[in-house]
Design a protein around this ligand. Structure first.
Ligand code: SME
Length: 150
């Protein structure tokens, strides 16, 4: 598997004709280049409600969780806390919204611009504890780049 560099991410953004298309391409890049990423998607903060996330571009099985209030599940918790949450074993997480029974671990990274959460990157894996320090740093850097789209 070819590794994913930040230059690749910047190149996709430069090529894309809209923020949505850029995020779709980044989902594909992550799924294809980072091991164990089985569902990759962006949630975006609802512009009117401000405390609700709406499902944006994603790759993987459809999910019933198309709207998530701040505080609910791993996604809502990361948005509320404005920090990355890594769950090594989703079966041990009480505030977890299941998207598929196959999922074993998850990482959620908020996208922050001018101190405000604009959205987040959510990645599910069928492998337990799939996301370590290296992956966390990569996804956080990607989210810093993506924040420039907002
Ligand atoms: N597991 C997430 C919900 C989103 S799905 O994984 C796509 C959560 O607990 O917030």
């Amino acid at each position: 598997m070819k590794t994913l560099s930040l230059a690749d991410v910047r190149a996709e953004i430069a090529k894309a004709k809209s923020a949505d298309k850029a995020m779709s391409s980044i989902c594909l890049l992550i799924r294809d280049r980072v091991p164990h990423c089985d569902w990759v998607g962006f949630y975006l903060v609802d512009a009117d409600k401000k405390d609700e996330l709406v499902l944006g571009p994603f790759i993987g099985e459809p999910t019933e969780h198309v709207r998530i209030r701040f505080g609910r599940g791993v996604c809502g918790s990361a948005a509320e806390a404005k920090c990355t949450i890594v769950v090594d074993d989703v079966s041990r997480e009480s505030n977890y919204l299941s998207c598929s029974p196959k999922v074993r671990s998850e990482i959620v990274v908020p996208i922050i611009r001018d101190g405000e959460v604009k959205g987040e990157l959510d990645i599910d894996s069928h492998t337990p504890a799939a996301f370590g320090k290296k992956e966390r740093e990569l996804f956080e850097q990607i989210c810093r780049i993506v924040s420039t789209l907002f």
